[in-house]
Ligand binder design. Sequence first.
Ligand SMILES: Nc1ncnc2c1ncn2[C@@H]1O[C@H](COP(=O)(O)OP(=O)(O)O)[C@@H](O)[C@H]1O
Ligand SMILES: [Mg+2]
Length: 483
Amino acid sequence: MMRLPSSLTTRLALAYGLATAAILVSVAAYLSSALSTQLEGRDESELVGEVLLVRHLLREVRSEAEIRADTHRFADIAMGHEGLILVVRTRQGEPLVTLNPRNETVPPLRVLPATTQPEKRMLQTWRPKNGVPSRGIAALGQLGDSDKAVEIVVLRDAGYRVALVREYRHQVLWATLCGAAVAAGLGLVLARRALRPLRRMAADAAAVTTSRLATRLDVGRAPAELRELAGALNDMLARLQDSFSRLSQFSADLAHDFRTPISNLIGQTQVTLAQSRATAEYEALLESNLEEYERLARMIENMLFLARADHAQVALDVRTLDAREELDKMAEYFEAVAADREVTLSVIGSAPVQADQTLLRRAVTNLLDNALRHAPAGSMVQVDVGRVPAAGGASTSIRVTNAGPVIPPETLPHIFGRFYRADPSRRNSAASTGLGLAIVDTIMRLHGGSVTVRSADGVTVFMLQFPSEAIAAPAVPFAASVS
Ligand SMILES: Nc1ncnc2c1ncn2[C@@H]1O[C@H](COP(=O)(O)OP(=O)(O)O)[C@@H](O)[C@H]1O
Ligand SMILES: [Mg+2]
């Protein structure tokens, strides 16, 4: 198969030229066949006319001798008719008038009686030396008003007509070729002009760099056909810009968050090494260092989890779990921490939940960790689970509620972001990585669910909502929440 040229301009110009050539060729073919038919019709009428003319002249002569004496009267008839052959001869075949410049052999034709009026349909076919099928007619003509008659043969060599049409075709072919070439050239100019907005768009796109991601293509200036493309490219740029700025923010935060534990490690170690110390002091240093190492390890592990989730590399093992059972186990795990803070932890309600066990535990752990940290001494942290009506059935919700300082409304939209702490004093706290809620959010999105927060009137509630699914278990109404 022939390969198309890669340039759109060339393709359009070629298509333009070919289409024009096709149109011109068909018009030319039609015209030349019409011309050929018309010329043929005219030749046939002429043949009939010649017979009538010769008969008319014969009426004016009385004998064959008179014809012989005045042949040029007959010769005049054929003047100016190319390829016309006229023979007048006696009925015995003796020629009286012969106009046959190319010396064609006169074919034996059926001779019409003198009383028959010649018509086109009586024409007969013969072949001259050039082999082109031609037409001719033979008829008797009366001399004067006697009953003597001579034979008239009129032939027309069609070769000249065929040559004429052929020449016409040649000329038209050349005109067609020239027309197609002109059309292709015109197409080239037009296509180039029409594609100018595309080149402009490419130039605009070429100007986009990472430091100039805010650049947008001019949709208004683009022609209608390219507007959609320009819009899509702009959307792509917006997404890239967003991801890019989040990535830059992320790496800036990352550097910042790694700097604190590492400078702690360096500082403490330098101070301790400045002089020789007792074994107990070295032990204390190592213990303190261990804490920082653990914090770093936790951060790295959390970040790896988020990175894997970003690249959809976390395999979910979703099954139907007894949410109450899971929550009870976690409450037990946090019992000591709660007692330490003088906070009571209670779990109410029950419902089945479709989730990955490890990830569910991890999400609830992060919420409980935050709730216990922010709950004032003597208060209660409540975890309740239940079914809430949702589109397409009922979904399972897990709510973690604690009393304590509320999260300022202006920071609420950010707390699920990576490395975000609503309270700046937690920046350098060893317990805080600012990744806890980001992980909860990621886990819920992996499950197709969501996490929402409400923090007002001294109460903060985080709610995990798992998507509704046809779980074959009786729905348990949601327990009343603590306020
Ligand atoms: N139950 C809560 N009550 C008040 N503030 C909270 C609560 N949970 C989270 N926050 C705020 O949201 C921020 C982000 O939480 P998180 O992502 O878990 O980070 P971290 O706990 O490591 O600081 C916290 O720093 C805190 O300011
Ligand atoms: Mg946390």
